[in-house]
Design a protein around this ligand. Structure first.
Ligand SMILES: Nc1ncnc2c1ncn2[C@@H]1O[C@H](COP(=O)(O)OP(=O)(O)O)[C@@H](O)[C@H]1O
Ligand SMILES: O=P(O)(O)OC[C@H]1O[C@](O)(COP(=O)(O)O)[C@@H](O)[C@@H]1O
Ligand SMILES: [Mg+2]
Length: 531
């Protein structure tokens, strides 16, 4: 396929009509300006548009202004298999959908990434709206689907598995669904299990994951060989950022080999660190369950003299669970996250704050995300850089380190005994089934993935963007991590709720990482920047 990019806007403008022979070459333009469903494009084209077209005020054939509308589209099987036949979607005869007013997603529907806009702002990036399409590119009889779960555990994985199986079967009449066991390596090292609605009927009531999982073991060629050998043509991959990177590589290899295989990613991360999507499944359940640990810590420290409770919560690089659990709880005095470095001694430091709260209330509770304060913990343990099988850095137990450090400080320096209670509920939280709202969310994700694969989309991830489910190119969710933005209002709300220090030092200056940049704030609120 010719992916050449138009060199100027006037060149694009001249290629509006679908009937024009130049359409194949320049068909991105109708996607953007005329919203033609038949238009497909690769991420390279999206990049082009992001770089070149955001500020353009393009005009459609009916004269309406598009004001920088950009569609970051997902690949489609017909991009590399142009002669693939399509069929009417069997959902049109489904009793479930019979009464739905708009059975199929309107092809022009797109979901805006930015919804807070001004009158003159550019319309910006959009994603294809998820949902059933009028045409599908698989007959039910020819589908052989598989599901794999990779990476760490997260409440809700079983619900996603269940709903992919039931969705494929009840909505599309698919009967051939395989479970790959034990993560990516299960493709080439384990037997598959047959998945039917009956087999998966109750699994959502149990903690994750019915199919088991693993870290490491991603061998693209071996995996795609296996997909080919087993005659699999739809691959549903449930996992976090690492897994989605792996899914992107599988999609590329499938495309290189010209296979009719749809690759669909379902983002899973308890840390909520996946970019673009509103929130990841299992996150709400985790925040809710974290309340129990915080509550336990609070009860413990309330009952003793100088009680200090420390609860370590998940969050390698993103402090969302800690931040939301703190905001939800009201029993937390101080929340520490990786995005907001803290310091211990001196005015405005953690020790001063602890002493003050102990004087005022006789106890306090600190919530710390596992990735916070790693530099301090590393100094006292001298451990070298260790990684898990997937290449993720193994973190030090910052909760344990902080507990000891606080105890020692108050004993040795302030001659004061604190009653320390440390709770790490990580594996208890990850092991529970998802709550009601996550269960519903998992169903939507699973159904979106099934509709997308049946419609021939591939190399995509599903997820809600501003509450509307969308198909997102895999590369978009793996290129950056979602982190707490200290410059957004949510962190300010937390500080305003706990009244904890913001860890600006006595010179009125802090050296913090804000939005990936190291910045300092002077007393007069001017910013010092050093990346
Ligand atoms: N950059 C990568 N390219 C290909 N596969 C990867 C990559 N990173 C991780 N993986 C694979 O994805 C799976 C899960 O990754 P991991 O980081 O453990 O969990 P998560 O997907 O939750 O982030 C593992 O099997 C790992 O080998
Ligand atoms: O001990 P394990 O199973 O390797 O998992 C620990 C990690 O898993 C997580 O819960 C989630 O990690 P993933 O997103 O990689 O699945 C992290 O918060 C935590 O550091
Ligand atoms: Mg990860």
């Amino acid at each position: 396929m010719d992916l050449s990019i138009p060199s100027s806007f006037s060149e694009i403008s001249s290629s509006r009509s679908l009937s024009q022979p130049s359409f194949q070459k320049l068909r991105l333009f109708p996607v953007i300006c005329n919203f033609n469903l038949k238009s497909r494009k690769f991420p390279t084209r999206s990049l082009f548009w992001r770089q070149n077209c955001l500020s353009l005020r393009a005009q459609t054939s009916n004269g309406a202004l598009n004001d920088g509308f950009v569609l970051e589209d997902v690949p489609h099987l017909t991009d590399f298999l142009p002669d693939l036949p399509s069929y009417p979607n069997p959902l049109q005869n489904s009793q479930a959908y019979a009464i739905v007013k708009q059975n199929f997603v309107i092809p022009e529907d797109a979901v805006a990434q930015k919804i807070v806009v001004r009158k003159d702002s550019s319309r910006g990036v959009h994603f294809r709206r998820a949902g059933p399409r009028e045409k599908v590119y698989f007959t039910p009889e020819e589908v052989r689907a598989c599901i794999v779960t990779c990476g760490g555990l997260c409440p809700g994985i079983n619900t996603v598995i269940r709903e992919i199986v039931c969705g494929l079967n009840y909505m599309y009449g698919v009967n051939d669904i395989l479970g790959i066991q034990g993560g990516y390596r299960g493709f080439y090292s384990k037997n598959t299990v047959t998945l039917t609605p009956k087999v998966v009927n109750d699994i959502h009531k149990r903690g994750v994951t019915f199919l088991c999982t693993s870290r490491g073991g991603h061998d693209t060629n071996k995996i795609v060989d296996n997909i080919q050998d087993r005659g699999i043509n739809q691959v549903y991959i449930i996992g976090g950022d690492g897994t989605q990177k792996g899914a992107g590589q599988i999609y590329k290899e499938v495309e290189k080999r010209g296979l009719q295989v749809a690759v669909a990613g379902i983002p899973k991360t308890i840390d909520n660190d996946i970019a673009v999507i509103d929130k990841s499944f299992g996150f709400d359940t985790a925040v809710e369950e974290a309340q129990r640990a915080i509550n336990a810590a609070h009860v413990e420290v309330e009952s003793v003299e100088n009680g200090v409770g420390i609860v370590k919560l998940m969050g390698r690089y993103s402090g969302f669970i800690a931040m939301y659990a703190t905001l939800a709880s009201r029993d937390v005095d101080c929340c520490l996250i990786p995005e907001s470095p803290f310091y211990l001694e001196g005015p405005g430091g953690l020790f001063e704050f602890i002493e003050q709260r102990l004087k005022e209330n006789g106890h306090l509770v600190i919530v710390i995300a596992e990735g916070a304060g790693q530099e301090y913990a590393a100094r006292s343990t001298h451990r070298t850089d260790e990684r898990d099988a997937s290449g993720n850095r193994l973190l030090l137990d910052v909760g344990l380190w902080l507990s000891q450090y606080i105890k020692d400080h108050f004993m040795n320096v302030r001659k004061m005994q604190v009653n320390m209670k440390y709770i790490d509920p990580t594996y208890m939280i990850r092991a529970i089934p998802s709550n009601a709202s996550d269960n519903i969310y998992c169903t939507l994700l699973a159904h979106s993935a099934v509709h997308g694969a049946m419609a021939g989309y591939t190399g995509f991830t599903v997820g809600p963007v501003n509450s509307k489910h969308a198909y997102i190119p895999i590369a978009r969710v793996t290129e950056a991590q979602n982190t707490v933005k200290l410059t957004d209002r949510m962190w300010a709300r937390l500080l305003a709720s706990t009244n904890q220090p913001s860890f600006l030092n006595s010179n009125g200056m802090s050296l913090d990482r804000i939005d990936g940049e190291t910045v300092g704030m002077r007393k007069d609120n001017t910013k010092i920047s050093s990346t």
